[in-house]
Design a protein around this ligand. Structure first.
Ligand code: ADP
Ligand code: GLC
Length: 488
């Protein structure tokens, strides 16, 4: 099976969140299952060409691509996913991609990803490498299924190419003005109220992806059901309902070569389920880095997150006084909206020696927090899958989560499970989206932490779980087959 995997962030080249982790790891597992897979992403200014061995692709040469009536000159660079033979193609158009951020609020954000989508298709043509399936991730390549069927429909080579759209987050939809029709040269008769590309009077890339891709999936079972409702569908629930038969949920896997306490290169002290002493040393190291004194009996709660409303920081703010009165230390890493960045900056200034924060992006620190913290908090309003709670399980760092999306599918509340007579709980969770529910649950975790044997059991229950990609990659393969069948 030949797969073109299209994503706007891929570890280790460029990352803002979990999509990059998924894009850098799922393809490796698909190769093991016999797929022939090529990856496509934009060549952003921030990608270090030398470090990643990018080479100009002379075979492909210059591709003139028309966007908004202007011909842009596009080139392609090539490299491999590290430690693999998997080709990665970087679409190079400095006019659109030499900016300081991966995603921008610039007026031509739509054009950036229209160009990217067209360039991916034209690269496939030039390579004469016709995939069985084009796998599009999130809204940015969302127009590809439509482009393949329409604008590039003249190229019969793609007649049997299926498309899969993976929705990693329905909250980000790529909604732009109606002018997208002109700049992309989309047939105007496709645009009408409630039609396949129209949303609130504009064009939605995500909606176009949902309407025109052969198969759709999202990144957990619970989220696949949630997005069919008005509460979680962010306005796309109706079109998703229409496509319900073709909508699937596949839980993300994780790459344990990168995220395992035994081998993690970023940790000063590696450790394993058989000997957790290294975890305690990491805790001490981490606390001292933030000038917080080490006490093994005071739990350390970690947060690593994009600081946006999705992640539940409004209810965190509601509960902040009660939370800070608990006997616990906090270390928070993240960046995002100003109001949340300010909140955490203020908190660590007001409570030095108890709360540490790092506002920004720091990969090494994210690993150290996973290893050094006793608990990991994710009070998300919604969470398509979430990777940090899964990493936390492997690091013996007990997750405290809101029961939604992938968090609900991976974290089993310790007390609830005990109530039913099981002892395989691996974390703490709450359902009501309120500061009070959040606070009571953190309080429950902090109290349970005092019972060392119980705590050890919760930790080892989590560490024993296996969320590697194997099972989920097989499910993707099955979806590729379904997408392909639709085109025969
Ligand atoms: P999302 O994709 O919604 O941000 P996920 O839990 O799926 O949430 O993935 C987040 C990924 O981004 C994890 O690998 C996490 O460690 C990483 N991450 C988030 N914020 C930061 C940050 N400030 N510094 C380093 N890594 C971060
Ligand atoms: C999105 C979601 C997150 C998910 C990630 C990878 O960014 O917010 O829940 O884990 O994509 O699929």
């Amino acid at each position: 099976m030949k797969i073109a995997f299209v994503s706007t962030e891929i570890v280790p080249f460029a990352k803002t969140g979990g999509l990059a982790d998924v894009s850098g790891s799922l393809p490796r597992e698909l190769v093991k299952l016999g797929c022939n897979i090529k990856l496509f992403m934009p060549k952003y200014f921030l990608i270090d060409e030398n470090l990643h061995g990018l080479k100009y692709s002379w075979d492909i040469g210059e591709m003139p691509i028309r966007i908004n009536g202007i011909i842009r000159s596009v080139h392609v660079h090539q490299s491999k996913l590290p430690d693999s033979d998997i080709d990665v193609y970087f679409i190079d158009c400095p006019h659109y991609f030499h900016r300081y951020r991966i995603y921008t609020d610039d007026f031509d954000e739509d054009e950036r990803f229209i160009l990217f989508s067209k360039a991916v298709i034209e690269t496939l043509q030039r390579l004469q490498w016709i995939p069985d399936v084009v796998h599009c991730n999130d809204w940015q390549p969302g127009l590809i299924p439509l482009l393949l069927k329409d604008n590039y429909g003249w190229d019969k080579a793609f007649d049997k190419t299926g498309t899969l759209l993976s929705i990693h987050n329905i909250g980000y939809q790529g909604r732009f003005s109606k002018s997208v029709l002109n700049s992309t040269e989309i047939r105007s008769d496709l645009f009408y109220p409630d039609g396949p590309v129209e949303q609130d009077g504009g064009v939605s890339f995500m909606k176009a992806g949902i309407s025109f891709s052969d198969i759709i999936n999202t990144v957990s079972n619970t989220y696949a059901h949630e997005i069919l409702t008005a509460e979680f569908g962010a306005g796309l629930e109706k079109v998703l309902k229409q496509r319900e038969e073709d909508l699937f949920g596949i839980l993300n896997g994780v790459d344990y070569d990168v995220w395992s306490p035994e081998t993690d290169k970023h940790l000063p002290f590696n450790y394993s389920i058989d000997d957790l002493s290294g975890k305690l040393k990491n805790k001490k190291f981490l606390l001292e880095h933030f000038d917080i004194s080490f006490n093994k009996d005071i739990p350390l709660i970690g947060i690593v997150s994009r600081m946006v409303l999705q992640k539940g920081f409004d209810i965190f703010a509601d509960a902040i006084n009660d939370l800070m009165n608990l006997e616990a230390n906090w270390i928070i890493l993240g960046s995002g909206e100003d109001k949340f960045e300010d909140l955490f900056r203020r908190l660590s200034n007001q409570l030095p020696g108890e709360v540490g924060s790092y506002i920004g992006y720091n990969n090494e620190l994210s690993h150290l927090i996973e290893a050094g913290a006793d608990m990991f908090l994710m009070p998300s309003r919604y969470e398509p899958c979430g990777l940090n709670q899964i990493y936390s399980l492997k690091y013996g760092t007990v997750p405290i989560v809101r029961k939604t999306g992938g968090l609900a599918d991976t974290i089993k509340d310790w007390d609830e499970e005990n109530y039913y007579g099981f002892d395989h709980g691996n974390g703490f969770s709450f359902y009501d989206y309120t500061g009070y529910a959040l606070y009571k649950t953190v309080e429950r975790a902090v109290n349970t932490f005092k019972h060392k044997e119980v705590w050890k059991k919760i930790q080892t229950n989590g560490m024993n779980l296996d969320f590697s990609w194997e099972r989920s990659a097989e499910k993707y393969l099955e979806l590729y087959r379904l997408a392909k069948e639709k085109r025969v």
